[in-house]
Design a protein around this ligand. Sequence first.
Ligand code: NDP
Ligand code: 8X3
Length: 251
Amino acid sequence: MNEIALITGATSGIGREIARRFAEEGISLILCGRRQKRLDELKGELSPKTKIHTLTFDVRKRDDVNRAIDSLPAAFSQISILINNAGNAHGLDPIDKGNPDDWDAMLDINVKGLLYVSRAVLSGMVERAQGHIINIGSTAGKEVYPMGNVYCASKHAVDALNQAMRIDLNKHGIRVGSVNPGLVETEFSDVRFKGDKSRAKSVYAGYQPLKPEDIADIVYFVVSCPAHVNIADLVVMPTAQASSTIVKKDR
Ligand code: NDP
Ligand code: 8X3
């Protein structure tokens, strides 16, 4: 595939597996995240398969985002696929007890970070009248669950922005779609529960959650559809899951 993909949140979970899946197809990759060491390791792993460039930045810092995208060498500057994946939940508390620092983190990373990266990448896509954006939303962007409050709000915002981008970019021929997973076993719950490993593990116990590889396969399917086909909005859950609160567990 003669494509250049920029993936945010490539140091872990879903983003890292999308990078691995795309590398199998020979897609050139711009891997982004804050953890430089993990980016270097992934670059080492995937370089035999495809061209790799890494960018280390925090999506919350608008100037750093712009500087990083501006710094791309010519061989990586014509980004054709943007995977807006960086994001996390921080905390799981009732709204009256929520930590405002967690709220800031979720809104700044999941919503404003996605906007900053998109804005920086879009000028080139619009100029070339070509591009494909995949926004990684969530079932939390389709329904609200107890104590999910601000995380759900951030992912509902991603859902709205996915629609907004598709509308505003329609005249430029840019494809926009979202992939909205349910429960996927990654470092997501480690982050949500601030390193409490046993609480994080319990989220995925007693049933078969999705693996990040499942989402990576789906994202590759979405980008490999013919140019006239746009998967606009896709929801995927483990078979054991019916909604955010209904999960069939063995025990
Ligand atoms: P992980 O915690 O495994 O990965 C999160 C990624 O986001 C990391 O690569 C991390 O990189 C990056 N990231 C977080 N904060 C920032 C930041 N401030 N600046 C730059 N990068 C950042 O979680 P997942 O892989 O599960 O999550 C990926 C996406 O999928 C998120 O948007 C999440 O909301 C969504 N999702 C996850 C589900 C799940 O059940 N796991 C289900 C539905 C959606 P680094 O720390 O190096 O910066
Ligand atoms: C991640 C899935 O259910 O933890 O977006 O919100 S959930």
